[in-house]
Design a protein around this ligand. Structure first.
Ligand code: HEC
Ligand code: HEC
Ligand code: HEC
Ligand code: HEC
Ligand code: HEC
Length: 197
C-alpha cells in the first residue's frame, strides 16, 4: 500500500502541468488579457516588458504601468471595474500585483533573454501567439531538446530585428533566415557548457 501511495504521489507530482509545463495556464489575480491589450489596443510588448532587449531576465510590468490607464487619477479607463480590484488594492498598499509566474527554467540552466531577442529571434518563436491569448498559456515545453532543435537549425526562426515583437510578421522570401544567419554570424551553442555553466 505504501508503495502504491508513493507511485501515485510521484505521478501526481510530475504529471501536473507545472512539471509538464507546456499547456500550463495558471489562474491570475487579475484576468489580464494580451488579446485585448496587444491584439486590439496595439500596445507593443516593450511598453510593458521594458527589459526584454537589455536584461538576462524579462520583467513583468509594475502597478504604475497599468495605473497610467486604469487609475481614477490618471486616464481613468474602467477604473471602478471589479476586475481591477486587485490592482487598486496593490496600488493603495504600494505592493506589486501577485502575478503567478508561468515560464520558469530550472536553476542549472543558463538562459539569457536579451541575447535571443537581440539576435533576431522573435517572441512568437518561444511564447506562441500571445496576441490570441485571453490568459497566458505556456506554449512550448522549454525542454532541452526544444532548445537544441532551434540551436541546431535556427534559420526558420530568424527575422529582422525590427520585427521581434510583431506577431503577424511573415518572411517575404524563403532564404531570409539563411541570409540573416550568414550576415549576423548567428551560431547558437550546442555543446553542454553553452547552457550548463
Ligand atoms: C499592457 C501590458 C502588457 C503588454 C503590452 C504585453 N504584456 Fe505580456 N504580460 C503582462 C502582464 C501583466 C503579465 C503577467 C500576467 C499574466 O501572465 O497574464 C504578462 C505576462 C507575459 C508572459 C508570461 C510571463 C511568465 O510568467 O512566464 C509572456 C511570455 C508575455 N507576457 C509576453 C508578451 C508578449 C510577447 C507581448 C507582445 C506581443 C506582451 N507580453 C505584451 C503585460 C503586458
Ligand atoms: C494604454 C492604456 C492601458 C494600459 C497601459 C493598460 N490597460 Fe487595461 N485596458 C485598457 C483599455 C482601453 C481597456 C478596455 C476598456 C473597455 O472595455 O472599455 C482595458 C481593459 C482592461 C481590463 C478589463 C476591465 C473590464 O472591466 O472589462 C483589465 C482587467 C485590464 N485592462 C487590466 C490591465 C492591467 C493589469 C494592466 C497593466 C499590466 C493594464 N490593463 C494596462 C487600457 C490599458
Ligand atoms: C529563445 C526563446 C525566447 C524568446 C525569443 C523570448 N522569450 Fe521570453 N522567456 C523565455 C524563457 C525560456 C523564459 C523563462 C526564463 C527563466 O525561467 O529564466 C522566458 C520568460 C519570459 C517572461 C517571464 C519573466 C518573469 O520573470 O516572470 C516574460 C514576460 C517574457 N519571457 C516575455 C518575452 C517577450 C516580450 C519576448 C519578445 C520581445 C520574449 N519573451 C522572447 C524564452 C524566450
Ligand atoms: C527559436 C530559436 C531558439 C530557441 C528555442 C532557443 N535558442 Fe538559445 N539561441 C538562439 C540564437 C539565435 C542564439 C544567438 C547565437 C549567436 O549569438 O550567435 C542563441 C544563443 C544562446 C546562448 C548563447 C548566448 C549566451 O547567452 O551566452 C545560450 C546559452 C542559449 N541560447 C541558451 C538557450 C536555452 C537554455 C534555450 C532553451 C530554454 C534556448 N537557448 C532556446 C536561438 C534559440
Ligand atoms: C541549448 C541549451 C542546452 C544545451 C546545449 C544542453 N542542455 Fe542540458 N538542459 C537544457 C535545459 C533547458 C534543461 C532543462 C530541461 C527541463 O527542465 O525539462 C536541460 C537539462 C539537462 C539535464 C537534466 C535532465 C533532467 O531531467 O533532470 C542534464 C543531465 C543535461 N541537461 C545534460 C546535458 C548534456 C550532457 C549536454 C551536452 C551533450 C547538454 N545538457 C546540453 C539545455 C541545454
Amino acid at each position: 500500500m505504501l508503495f502504491g501511495g508513493m507511485a501515485t504521489a510521484a505521478v501526481w507530482y510530475y504529471a501536473t502541468p507545472k512539471w509538464y509545463r507546456a499547456g500550463y495556464e495558471p489562474i491570475q489575480p487579475i484576468t489580464f488579457s494580451h488579446q485585448l491589450h496587444y491584439g486590439q489596443l496595439g500596445l507593443d510588448c516593450r511598453y510593458c516588458h521594458t527589459h526584454v532587449t537589455e536584461a538576462a531576465h524579462a520583467n513583468i510590468p509594475s502597478v504604475q504601468v497599468c495605473w497610467t490607464c486604469h487609475g481614477a487619477d490618471k486616464a481613468n479607463i474602467k477604473s471602478d471595474s471589479p476586475l481591477l480590484a486587485p490592482l487598486r488594492d496593490a496600488h493603495e498598499r504600494g505592493l506589486p500585483v501577485p502575478w503567478v509566474r508561468v515560464h520558469k527554467l530550472p536553476d542549472f540552466v543558463y538562459f539569457n533573454h536579451a541575447i535571443h531577442v537581440n539576435r533576431n529571434v522573435g517572441c512568437v518563436s518561444c511564447h506562441g501567439r500571445i496576441d490570441k491569448m485571453a490568459v497566458v498559456r505556456h506554449e512550448q515545453p522549454l525542454s532541452m531538446s526544444w532548445c537544441l532543435d532551434c540551436h541546431r537549425d535556427p534559420e526558420p526562426n530568424l527575422r529582422p530585428n525590427d520585427q521581434i515583437t510583431n506577431m503577424h510578421w511573415q518572411p517575404d522570401r524563403p532564404d531570409l533566415g539563411a541570409w540573416i544567419k550568414q550576415e549576423s554570424q548567428i551560431r547558437p551553442p550546442t555543446d553542454c557548457t553553452g547552457c550548463h555553466r
